[in-house]
Design a protein around this ligand. Structure first.
Ligand code: FAD
Length: 526
């Protein structure tokens, strides 16, 4: 037919092996990818030559202070020890996110906050899964899901840390991520990647040259001339200089689902040098968006993320100052305009986008760095050594698109389950027309039964099933469990388990240091 592979030649393609990579851009995405690929692909003795070119005139975005627990695995692969990371990045421990006023507006009767912890619900080997029993009321009438199934909420509420002094790097009884200074993190990653053999070039890319097949032939820089490679990685942030400007991969705007498109960010000192440091991000819902409040070692980073369709920059400034109080006097916030969405095709020919060049959803649940990690793992483990780029690109694109879609659903779930009707932002967020069909379908199923691990294809999910459960039931989602009681025979065992978790939560405080003490231990060389 002429459309089938030629039986004699399909095995014998003439390909150019990939021996070198050029990364354009030196923010968190560029340097994290550089270090990770150097470590996993190897740069020495016949390895892959990795060069990173960054502009000294165009800065990095310099925000992105909250992470997900996957970051511990990444730091460990990179070979950066936990103490150095904490000292150099002003880092603190993050055990989850506290959501204030997301379910209902201030002043309304009912719970005013819920917690999304990183630790999974406890489950004894051979013991029952606790969620269905919690739904039956076996933990007690008013015990929130997160408090019933893990001791982490209690530990974090009491300002204790997730691990003991002396626990091994990146290990602890409770699951955790970090808060850190984004600028300092990029600097640490840059110096570490160079010790792993990455070559740094200073240059601003002014022109991108394409070859006859429409792939990138070279980039032309103002300071360092023309640079070429077999594989280009676009880490130029929102500019998307290669994947967007040069290759025209379309950007899918998702502002009709996720409304926030601006941020006002400010850094303020603690009131007292020994003030407790919250070991979670505080996310507070407001009239047209939400504030993040992140405690680093020396300062707090606070920002209001809002929808420009629902409020003005002046009102946002006023609201941010009200939230912060007198510490905001005399300080000017930084305004950031966000491109909310992603490219459905992030690997085109010989160019892969990682970081903001590929897409950005919004800061809720800190997906930015998690997506950088995911894209970097994929490039590393699918690496087309032989130059056979198209199949790797196809797999990469399918997985990243699926990942983005799942994160959109997860983030949107925080908004659309609200009971707030105090203004248009919240009313529209709960309107069916703004909710992706995939999410509507899942929520419909979960009205009659609890979400189960099998609802999720774990390899493409950034957030584990437990995160979905914590948010669903934190948002007071009404699952009217229709399973017959005979399908849930272990009520007594579940009740005992809930009691054990409550007792352990008390004991844990004696075992785990305060969060500030834990951070100080690392800062003093621990
Ligand atoms: P950038 O930091 O913008 O780096 C771009 C790089 O490209 C720079 O080095 C620049 O010099 C270079 N460059 C650009 N053009 C050229 C050119 N022509 N030639 C040469 N070099 C060039 N993520 C999280 O994980 N958690 C969070 O809590 C979080 N909060 C966020 C809050 C806000 C308001 C925003 C906007 C983002 C947030 N993110 C968060 C996302 C996170 O900040 C980014 O994913 C991360 O910083 C990676 O950025 P980047 O490296 O892709 O881009």
């Amino acid at each position: 037919t002429g459309h089938e592979p030629d039986n004699r030649t399909w095995r014998r393609q003439t390909l150019q092996p990939v021996r070198n990579i050029l990364i354009v851009g030196g923010g968190t995405a560029g340097w994290l990818a550089a270090g990770f690929l150097a470590k996993t692909l190897g740069t020495q003795g016949g390895g892959i030559a990795i060069t990173l070119v960054e502009s000294k005139d165009i800065g990095i975005i310099g925000v992105g202070e909250g992470t997900f627990p996957s970051i511990r695995g990444t730091l460990s692969v990179l070979g950066i020890d936990e103490g150095r990371f904490i000292r150099e990045c002003s880092a603190t421990f993050k055990q989850g996110v506290r959501f204030n006023h997301w379910v209902r507006a201030p002043g309304t009767q009912g719970a005013d906050h819920y917690f999304h912890p990183f630790s999974q619900p406890s489950q004894r080997p051979g013991g029952p899964e606790l969620l269905p029993y919690w739904l039956l009321g076996a933990a007690g009438a008013d015990v929130p899901f997160a408090a019933a199934v893990t001791m982490q909420k209690h530990v974090a509420d009491m300002s204790h840390g997730p691990k003991r002094i002396g626990d091994a790097d990146f290990m602890g009884p409770l699951n955790y991520a970090y808060h850190f200074d984004a600028g300092a993190f990029a600097t640490l990653l840059a110096s570490h990647a160079q010790t792993l053999g990455v070559r740094r070039v200073e240059g601003t890319v002014d022109q991108v040259k394409l070859d006859d097949a429409g792939a990138i032939a070279s980039v032309v820089t103002r300071e360092a001339g023309e640079l070429t490679a077999a594989l280009f990685i676009d880490c130029t942030g929102f500019r998307a200089r290669l994947i967007g400007e040069a290759l025209g991969s379309p950007f899918r705007n998702i502002n009709d689902t996720l409304f926030v498109d601006r941020a006002l960010a400010m850094q303020v000192p603690y009131q007292r040098p020994d003030a407790p440091i919250p070991s979670y991000t505080i996310s507070t819902a407001h009239e047209a968006g939400w504030t993040w409040d992140i405690g680093l070692h020396e300062r707090r980073g606070i920002g209001y993320v809002y929808s420009s369709r629902h409020t003005s920059d002046d009102r946002a400034d006023q609201l941010l100052r009200q939230y912060i109080g007198p510490a905001s006097d005399g300080r000017e916030p930084r305004l950031l305009k966000l491109n909310v969405g992603y490219r459905e095709t992030q690997w085109v020919k010989n160019c892969v986008a990682i970081g903001l060049a590929g897409g950005f959803l919004e800061p809720l649940e800190s997906s930015g760095i998690g997506l950088i990690e995911a894209a970097t793992y994929l490039v590393s483990y699918l690496f087309p050594y032989d130059g056979n780029l198209a199949p790797a690109a196809k797999l990469f694109n399918a997985q990243m698109k699926a990942r983005y879609e799942r994160i959109v659903d997860f983030v949107k779930m925080h908004y659309c389950l609200t009971q707030r009707t105090d203004n248009a932002f919240w009313i529209e967020n709960a309107h069916a027309s703004t909710i992706p069909e995939s999410l509507r379908e899942q929520l419909a199923m979960w009205r009659a039964r609890a979400p189960h691990r099998l609802d999720f294809v774990t390899d493409i999910e950034m957030y584990p099933p437990s995160s979905w459960q914590y948010v669903l039931y934190g948002m007071e989602f009404p699952t009217r469990q229709m399973a017959h009681r005979a399908a849930l025979p272990e009520v007594a065992a579940a009740r005992r388990e809930f009691q054990t978790i409550a007792q352990l939560s008390q004991h844990a405080l004696a075992d785990l240091p305060t969060h500030r003490a834990l951070v100080e231990y690392y800062r003093q060389g621990g």
